[in-house]
Design a protein around this ligand. Structure first.
Ligand code: GUN
Length: 177
């Protein structure tokens, strides 16, 4: 993927704009399609805020469905290479695609407990973690509240998508990555 300037993104035909940004959202290409109506965006940060606002405006049931389209960290789908290119690259970067049988059992158990407790998968911006800190994070977040975990999931998605957007916008100017 060749990074483009924000002005170049603004000038793309609608279909090309949506196609270029679709992978920023895990299995939710509709976000890129809907946000294309809001062009032009002055900056990558403004574009990111507009996309996040679309997700946060979803009715609860649709928001849960959106969260549930994220694969488990270290889950069977990533181990079998059945996830998006972006998720595969992120999870592979901390070797969640190459766990030992003991680690697989541990992650599978923790992911299942988290999902049973909160109704959506454990979501973490892997690009801000090592494998050990990701494991510590899921253990800690199993003790969270439903409201707190929903908020945490959205904050992590905000980070995941900032990184993915920054990969695509040359002059992104997004701080803290
Ligand atoms: N963090 C970054 N990508 C993903 C993903 O695809 N699934 C989950 N659960 N967390 C992520």
């Amino acid at each position: 993927m060749t990074p483009r300037l924000i002005t170049e993104f603004n000038a793309l035909p609608g279909g090309d704009f949506a196609a270029a940004l679709a992978p920023v959202w895990e299995n939710a290409g509709w976000v890129a399609e809907e946000v294309s109506m809001g062009r032009p965006f002055a900056s990558a940060a403004e574009l990111h805020e507009a996309m996040l606002a679309l997700v946060k405006a979803l009715p609860e049931e649709e928001l849960l469905a959106f969260l549930n389209r994220h694969p488990d960290l270290g889950g069977a789908d990533v181990r079998a290479g059945r996830v998006t290119v972006e998720s595969d690259a992120e999870q592979s970067s901390i070797r969640l695609n190459a766990l030992t049988p003991e680690q697989i059992a541990e992650w599978d158990g923790l992911n299942a407990s988290y999902k049973a407790r909160f109704g959506f998968p454990f979501i973490l911006c892997v690009r801000r973690h090592h494998q050990a800190s990701a494991l510590a994070a899921i253990r800690a977040r199993l003790n969270g509240t439903p409201e707190g975990e929903l908020e945490a999931a959205l904050q992590e998605i905000a980070w995941i998508t900032r990184y993915r957007l920054a990969d695509r916008i040359a002059d992104h100017g997004i701080a803290g990555l």
